[in-house]
Design a protein around this ligand. Structure first.
Ligand code: GLN
Ligand code: ZN
Length: 766
């Protein structure tokens, strides 16, 4: 009877690690305080897993910041700018790499595959001197052992480590990262030999890059790396863990051909073809760690169905060779359902967070071994059945409306240039019109008002009055600055960067539930709390019309309505797994469509539908991109296909790296797109220089809102001029990179003032 967990969340059920880290960084507590919190969390996780009966319990999946940074530390691959002098890496160097320090910025951070977890990207050049500089993996193994828990130490595998790295500055174009393999393997050997000496009998190498589109040279690197490690690994059982997608047949062949390996971990949730690969060809005598419990979602497992899958696999790999596991590390799900005090029992019965998933894995392993816990299985079956039949999940009218979408691709009747003409007649904007992305600075006072309203400490009337005053302030400021298309500043909606862009709408839509502690680590100490989409989505009543029309009544200038788009709402939520993602997305699109049309009726002529996360949702494998982009872009078009030509639809995207999906962006058919750009001018403009035809309005951000720095008029004018060299004068908009909510008024006022001055200066010359 064998069960395994790939990895576990580190933050703690109530984000204990976050608070301990932040207090340590603020110098409010000592390193010892932080270490104590961390050790307590690790110990409780190990004890919980061992208490649940898990056989293969991971260690070294804890991290103070990030597991890739931990590997960088293990290898002593500290970039020279941190002035590390060798020896064991201490807190100072570690956190400087993670977060920067007074004199040096942090290392780059990027998304971990297609999750919302971000890792610290190793920077490697030909001159790195590797050394064994962090004994964390061994220390954690020993720590667990001292607590009486025998664990499987987890390391990021050498090939994935290199494939996730970037070449250091100066050698970007010429350096082959994989050429470092022979230099890092000796460090891995040192770690392995210490782990053996400490009594480890298993070791897990996470090699998730095996699921990417790899060429034969990259695949060959896996073969070479494990051949090189083979003798060092002898005497240990070796698990190679992959996750997040199917393996290609070539990658699977490489995996099962690796020398010295005893076990393969496969994601059977996202890897829909993986079972077929296993059934076709599985090496005799090896273990299969079958990831049937979803590590990326919060739904309770369908135990009966998983048991059938497992039994079929057992017939292929052999009775004592099948181990029940999670599809990936549980890092990507919420921590513990017991802390959800606000969810009702019915919804709760449909859910499983990390702590519950551990129990599910073990229950499946027991059932496979003939010790099925009938009570547990039958209550699980009852919950599955209730989820299937609950009227809270199914809304026939929504299903019908979503079905009726088929057969049309929902395009506005008139082409974009004719629409822009019609809009211009109505809006009468100058050339190079100025606007902002939506939010204005979030003051302490504003936060207080919202908090008190949420806690029922002030009345709705007082709240509305306070928000109206805030809107008035923002409107007056924009008029003083002489901005052309105004926003209301989002005082009612935005508190944190992204939770609220989605939560604000989710709270007003049906089919959404919200947790109190369902936090998932995003990076370092930062967590997000995604809403749960459990049912058919509909919009019982208008969501933003009151605020937008109130704001419009305060000015004669056009006021932009402000909505979050369907793809972004989907990508930033935990999505139901009982229908394809695109169906859920279409339902959200229909709800937003209702809102768009109500805004139009209320006299709002410009409506922005943010799709900040559209690119984020791109699947890992290129072969799946086209399908995703098709339904994502279609969902966006559904939201606004019904408006008049004279209604101007804007969208906003929060990334600059869109060159590869430019045709999909054009296909969204928005009238105007504002896009983050200021940190990569050249890249964006090169698309247009290469001749991509773009006829809609476009506002590449003219300054970076992530920095407190105030850009000068000349600097902004200079950038606009660069854009004018490749884009038609009559389609260019002038706006900042993104919303202003994280900035202070002292920064925003002069920056916008200079932005408007730059636009005016150029207008006189055109
Ligand atoms: N309208 C939002 C704002 O201005 C957009 C935020 C975002 O793109 N992340 O804050
Ligand atoms: Zn943005």
């Amino acid at each position: 009877m064998a069960s395994h967990i790939v990895g576990y969340p580190r933050m703690g059920p109530k984000r204990e690690l976050k608070f301990a880290l932040e207090s340590f960084w603020d110098k409010k507590s000592s390193a010892e305080d932080l270490k104590k919190v961390a050790a307590d969390l690790r110990s409780s996780i190990w004890k919980q897993m061992s208490g649940a009966g898990i056989k293969y319990i991971p260690s070294n999946t804890f991290s103070y910041y990030d597991q890739v940074l931990d590997t960088t530390s293990m290898l002593g691959a500290v970039p020279p700018r941190y002035n590390w002098t060798g020896g064991e890496i201490g807190d100072d160097t570690y956190f400087s790499m993670a977060r920067g320090n007074a004199s040096v910025p942090a290392m780059e951070m990027t998304k971990w595959f297609d999750t919302n977890y971000h890792f610290i990207v190793p920077e490697l050049g030909p001159d790195v001197k590797f050394s064994y500089a962090s004994h964390k993996a061994v220390d954690e193994f020993k720590e667990a052992k001292a607590l009486g828990v025998d664990t499987v130490p987890v390391l990021i595998g050498p090939v994935s480590y290199l494939l996730l790295s970037k070449p250091a500055k100066g050698v970007e174009k010429t350096f082959s990262l994989l050429s470092l393999l022979p230099k890092i393997i000796p460090i891995y050997k040192e770690v392995i030999s210490e782990l053996k000496a400490a009594g480890a009998s298993w070791i897990q190498f996470d090699e998730p890059t095996l699921v990417l589109d790899l060429d034969s040279q990259q695949l060959q690197a896996f073969t070479a790396a494990y051949a090189d490690l083979e003798s060092a690994l002898s005497g240990l059982n070796v698990l190679i863990e992959t996750y997040f997608a199917d393996l290609t047949p070539e990658a699977y062949k490489t995996l099962i051909g690796l020398k010295g390996v005893t076990a393969y971990g496969l994601d059977l949730v996202r890897g829909t073809q993986t079972t077929d690969l296993v059934k076709k060809d599985f090496p005799k005598g090896k273990y299969l760690f079958a990831g049937v419990v979803d590590g990326r979602n919060i739904w309770a497992n369908d135990l009966a169905s998983s048991l059938r899958t497992l039994q079929a696999l057992e017939a292929v790999v052999g009775k004592d060779k099948l181990v029940v596991s999670t599809s990936c590390s549980l890092l990507h799900t919420a921590v513990d359902l017991v802390n959800e005090t606000k969810l009702d029992d019915e919804i709760k019965s449909w859910l499983a967070f990390a702590a519950q998933k551990v129990v599910e894995v073990n229950a499946l392993a027991k059932a496979l071994a003939g010790q099925k816990d009938e009570a547990f299985f039958s209550s699980n079956a009852a919950a599955q059945a209730s989820r299937k039949s609950s009227p809270r999940v199914t809304n026939a009218a929504v299903q019908k409306a979503a079905d009726a979408l088929k057969g049309s691709d929902h395009r506005r009747a008139t082409n974009v240039s004719a629409r822009l003409d019609a809009q211009q007649k109505k809006l009468n904007l100058p050339i190079l019109p100025t606007t902002t992305i939506g939010s204005f600075p979030q003051t302490v006072e504003l936060r207080r008002v919202r908090r008190e309203f949420k806690a029922n400490k002030i009345s709705e009337d007082d709240y509305v009055k306070a928000i109206k005053e805030e809107i008035k302030k923002v409107v007056n400021l924009q008029e003083e600055l002489d901005i052309d298309v105004l926003v209301h500043g989002e005082p009612e909606a935005s508190i944190l960067q992204r939770n609220d862009m989605v939560e604000y709408f989710g709270e007003q839509l049906s089919g959404f539930a919200f947790t109190v502690n369902g936090w998932v680590q995003s990076y370092g100490s930062r967590c997000v709390k995604p809403p749960i989409i459990y049912g058919d989505v509909s919009r019982p009543k208008a969501m933003t019309v009151f605020w937008s029309s109130t704001a419009q009544s305060m000015t004669k200038r056009p006021m932009k309505g402000m909505l979050t788009g369907p793809v972004t709402i989907l990508n930033w939520s935990f999505v139901r797994n009982d229908q394809p993602r695109f169906e859920t997305c279409y339902q959200i699109a229909l709800a937003i469509k209702d809102e768009v049309e109500d805004l139009e009726k209320a006299g709002i002529n410009v409506i922005q539908i943010d799709e900040a996360a559209l690119r984020e949702g791109l699947p890992l494998r290129k072969s799946e991109h086209a399908f995703y982009l098709k339904w994502a872009v279609h969902s966006f078009r559904i939201t606004n296909c019904g408006v008049k030509d004279t209604t101007q639809i804007h969208t906003h995207m929060c990334y600059s790296n869109f060159n590869d999906i430019i045709h999909s962006i054009i296909d969204m058919d928005a009238d105007v797109i504002t896009i983050e750009n200021s940190r990569s001018d050249e890249k964006l403009l090169s698309v247009f220089r290469e001749g991509v035809k773009y006829g809609a309005g476009i506002g590449p951000g003219v300054y970076d809102i992530h920095s407190p720095r105030i850009p000068s008029t000349e600097e902004i004018a200079d950038r606009i001029n660069k854009m004018l060299a490749v884009l038609e004068t009559n389609i260019l908009w002038v706006n900042p990179d993104c919303g202003l909510k994280t900035r202070k008024y002292e920064e925003v006022k002069p920056a916008l003032n200079n932005m408007v001055a730059a636009a005016k200066q150029l207008r006189t010359k055109l």
